[in-house]
Write a new protein. Structure first.
Length: 373
C-alpha cells in the first residue's frame, strides 16, 4: 500500500472526472424523474468521497516521495494528467451548487466558492506550468501527439463553466462584473489554445494515422474541450443581461450562436471518436485507465447539449441530450465495473496500465521514474 501511495499517479483522477459528470448528468437530466435525481445525488456524494481520497493520496505522494513527484512533472505523459485534478474537483464543486443545498443548507454555496478559488489556482497552474515544461523539459514529437495534450489546458474553461453557476450567488453588481470578467478570462485562457491543439491533432492524425491502441481513447478528449466550451459560454451568457444590462442581451445571443458552432464541431468529433474506437475494438483494445476518457468528454458535451436545449427548447437538441446521456451511462457502467475488477485482481499497475503492458505503454513512465527514488 505504501508503494502505491509513493508512486500514485494523477491519471487516477479521471475516475473522479467520469463518475462526477455522470452524477451531475443524472441530476440535471432534462425533465428527468425524481428517482434519477436521487441516484445522481447519491453518486455525487460517493464521488465527493472518492475525489477527497484521491487528493489525500496525491498530497501523501508529495510528502513521502518528493523527488519522484518532481520527476513526474517532467514525464511527458503523466504530467498531462495533472489537469485531471482540478477537473475532478470541479464535478464536486458543481454538485455542491446543484445538489448540496438540501443536504448542507446555505453552507453548500460557501463551500463551493472556497473550493472554486482553489480550483482556479490549480487550473491556472496546470494550464501554464505544464505547457512551459513541454517547451523546456519534455521530449515531444508530432507523430507521438495524442489528445492528452489538451488535459492541462482544459481545466481553465471547466472552472469558467463552474463560475457561471456561482455567479448568480455573488452579491453586488460590481462583484458580479468582476466575477464575470474572471470567468470569461478563464474561458479565453483555455479555448483558443485548445483549438490550436485541435488543429495540430488533426494534422498529426492525417499524417501519422492513429496512435497506439493503449492511447486509443485519447481521441475522445477533444470532445470534452468543446463540451466545456459550450457550458461556459451558455452559462455565462445567461447572466450577461443581469451583469451588463441591455448590451448583455446581445452578448447572450452571441454566446448562444458561438455555442451552436462548438456543438456542431462537437458532433463531428463525436462521430470520428466513435469510428476510431470501433476501428481499435476490432483489432483488440487493451484496458487501462485511459478508458475513463469515454466518460468525462461525453458527459460535458451532454451537459452543453442540455444547456442549449434549456435555452432554445429545440426538440432535436433535446433528443440528442437524452441519447448522449444514456450512452454515457453505458460507458460509465462498463468502465467503472472493469476498473473495479482489474484493480481487485491486481491487474493494474500504479499508473493504471495492465501489467502485461508495463514494458510497452508510456502510461507506466511515471512509475518507472518513481521507483528510482
Amino acid at each position: 500500500m505504501l508503494g502505491f501511495v509513493k508512486h500514485f499517479t494523477p491519471n487516477w483522477f479521471t475516475v473522479g472526472m467520469g463518475t462526477g459528470i455522470t452524477a451531475l448528468g443524472a441530476y440535471l437530466y432534462p425533465d428527468g424523474p425524481h428517482w434519477l435525481k436521487m441516484v445522481g445525488t447519491g453518486l455525487w456524494l460517493f464521488n465527493t468521497i472518492l475525489v477527497g481520497t484521491l487528493l489525500i493520496l496525491m498530497v501523501a505522494r508529495w510528502a513521502l516521495n518528493w523527488s519522484g513527484s518532481v520527476k513526474l512533472l517532467h514525464d511527458p505523459v503523466q504530467s498531462m494528467f495533472l489537469g485531471a485534478v482540478p477537473m475532478a474537483l470541479t464535478t464536486v464543486i458543481n454538485g455542491f451548487i446543484d445538489m448540496g443545498k438540501p443536504i448542507f443548507g446555505p453552507l453548500a454555496i460557501h463551500i463551493a466558492f472556497w473550493l472554486w478559488g482553489v480550483n482556479v489556482l490549480m487550473a491556472l497552474a496546470s494550464g501554464i506550468v505544464v505547457p512551459y515544461l513541454m517547451f523546456v523539459s519534455h521530449d515531444h514529437r508530432l507523430d507521438k501527439m495524442t489528445g492528452i495534450w489538451l488535459m492541462p489546458v482544459v481545466p481553465a474553461e471547466v472552472a469558467a463553466a463552474s463560475g457561471a453557476l456561482l455567479l448568480p450567488h455573488v452579491s453586488g453588481i460590481m462583484l458580479q462584473k468582476d466575477f464575470m470578467i474572471v470567468s470569461l478570462g478563464l474561458w479565453a485562457l483555455s479555448v483558443p489554445l485548445a483549438f490550436l491543439m485541435l488543429g495540430f491533432l488533426f494534422l498529426r492524425l492525417a499524417l501519422h494515422r492513429l496512435p497506439p491502441a493503449e492511447m486509443a481513447i485519447s481521441t475522445w478528449i477533444s470532445l470534452g474541450t468543446l463540451g466545456t466550451g459550450i457550458m461556459g459560454l451558455v452559462g455565462l451568457g445567461k447572466s450577461m443581461p443581469l451583469v451588463f444590462g441591455g448590451i448583455g442581451h446581445y452578448m447572450d445571443g452571441t454566446a448562444i450562436l458561438g455555442s451552436l458552432a462548438l456543438w456542431g464541431f462537437g458532433l463531428w468529433w463525436l462521430t470520428l471518436s466513435i469510428l476510431t474506437t470501433s476501428h481499435y475494438a476490432r483489432r483488440g483494445l487493451p484496458f487501462n485507465l485511459g478508458w475513463w476518457g469515454l466518460t468525462f468528454p461525453l458527459g460535458v458535451f451532454t451537459g452543453g447539449t442540455d444547456m442549449l436545449y434549456d435555452q432554445l427548447h429545440i426538440t432535436l437538441i433535446g433528443w440528442f441530450a437524452h441519447v448522449f446521456y444514456w450512452l454515457l451511462v453505458v460507458f460509465w457502467s462498463t468502465v467503472f465495473l472493469r476498473t473495479l475488477v482489474e484493480f481487485a485482481k491486481g491487474r493494474l499497475t500504479v499508473a493504471g496500465s495492465p501489467h502485461r503492458l508495463a514494458l510497452k505503454t508510456p502510461l507506466t513512465a511515471a512509475t518507472r521514474t518513481g521507483t528510482d527514488n
